[in-house]
Design a protein around this ligand. Structure first.
Ligand SMILES: NC(=O)c1ccc[n+]([C@@H]2O[C@H](COP(=O)([O-])OP(=O)(O)OC[C@H]3O[C@@H](n4cnc5c(N)ncnc54)[C@H](OP(=O)(O)O)[C@@H]3O)[C@@H](O)[C@H]2O)c1
Length: 340
């Protein structure tokens, strides 16, 4: 990839919020590999994270910035100094079941990020990590669902506030509502405020793959890892859906930051359909002696939806990074189980 094809100055510093998370750390790694520098926000100092990137890319490559919250506008403004682009990866991933405690916070955080970025003239690109759940809820065995770039999960907010929602699903619906409403709010903010930077979003579906450090719990990949210890927690809320490798998700973020042709787009990280049965068979194949891996559910079905913009995202990975296509689920799970 020729340097002149990047829309941010090559070697400039990019801000990644939540640099210690599963997606955030893989995005930092991807940007450093491409020759950019990164400032990564963390809530508390994490010397192991600095060492992780310094060991591989040198001490000037990565710097962490402690940002305990996103309400402190002055600190946010300072963190964005001498930065060419911003990826806002942080979200409330606590699965807290009180929508009032989750949804407004996630919206306010992206508002504050966009406002602070608009005050820094050097910032040319801002990218928000949204979610597949901002476009739709996965529904197994339902035919005729077509997801387009302008699809929105309008039922998420209703389900989050619905008093009849079963208790075990409440946190999941609150999370989905926060992702939907925050992404909508971000697009509205950009439309109303017309900042100098360009804006894109990335919508990952269930993300699997490489966990860069033992201190990183690995989010969704962490749940899959736990199956090797007999932990069935993932069974409670899992619906057959699409998966995507975390490296592909990181590269979609990088393209959203760097590709001059990718402007005002929602990039859908939906590689292929999968279900729990498939995950369990893959893990059993990779760990044939493990007797803790639970039996798959009985007939867990399949996500039959057609996700049209996923083809554009795959083409972007091909055109911008020269890769053949999405990484396979077998490779992704194998990467995620490495050292486990
Ligand atoms: N994994 C998936 O399948 C998937 C799918 C779709 C979208 N996403 C999105 O990807 C992003 C990263 O998620 P992940 O899967 O990588 O999860 P993760 O590993 O748990 O990372 C979450 C990051 O957000 C930070 N964070 C959480 N709550 C925060 C708060 N209140 N204030 C400041 N920082 C906070 C965490 O910091 P601490 O470590 O200090 O808590 C961590 O750095 C999120 O926006 C998520 O919605 C993930």
């Amino acid at each position: 990839m020729a340097d002149e094809l990047y829309c941010l100055p090559h070697g400039s510093r990019i801000l990644v919020t939540g640099a210690n998370g599963f997606v955030g750390s893989n995005l930092v790694h991807c940007l450093l590999e491409l020759g950019f520098k990164v400032r990564g926000t963390v809530r508390k100092p994490k010397p192991w994270l600095d060492e992780l990137f310094w060991d591989k890319f040198g001490e000037d490559s990565f710097e962490s910035a402690v940002l305990p919250n996103f309400e402190d506008k002055e600190l946010l403004f300072q963190v964005m100094q001498n930065i060419s682009g911003v990826a806002h990866v942080v979200s409330d991933v606590s699965f807290n079941s009180n929508p009032e405690e989750v949804v407004p916070w996630v919206i306010q955080a992206i508002h504050n990020v966009l406002e602070a970025a608009s005050k820094q003239r050097e910032i040319q690109r801002v990218v928000l990590t949204s979610s597949a759940l901002a476009a739709r809820f996965p529904e197994h065995n339902k035919e005729g669902i077509v997801v387009r770039e302008n699809s929105w999960n309008d039922s998420a907010i209703k389900e989050a506030f619905n008093p009849d929602t079963p208790a075990h699903l409440k946190g999941f619906f609150c999370y989905a509502a926060s992702k939907t409403e925050a992404e909508k709010a971000a697009w509205n903010w950009v439309k109303e405020n017309k900042p100098d930077f360009q804006f894109n979003t990335v919508l990952p579906d269930f993300t699997l793959g490489r966990i860069l450090h033992p201190e990183i719990h690995g989010s969704t990949m962490g749940w899959v890892r736990s199956l090797t210890k007999g932990d069935r927690k993932i069974f409670q809320t899992f619906e057959p859906q699409y998966f995507c490798d975390v490296g592909d998700i990181a590269r979609l973020h990088a393209a959203a930051l760097l590709d001059p042709k990718t402007v005002s787009r929602r990039l859908f990280g939906f590689a292929n359909r999968f279900n729990l049965t498939e995950i369990i068979w893959i893990i059993r194949k990779l760990r044939p002696d493990n007797t803790f891996i639970p039996d798959p559910p009985v007939d867990d079905g399949s996500d039959l939806s057609e996700v049209i913009p996923a083809k554009d995202a795959e083409k972007l990975l091909q055109d911008f990074f020269g890769q053949e296509g999405w990484k396979s689920i077998e490779e992704s799970i194998s990467d995620g189980l490495e050292g486990w």
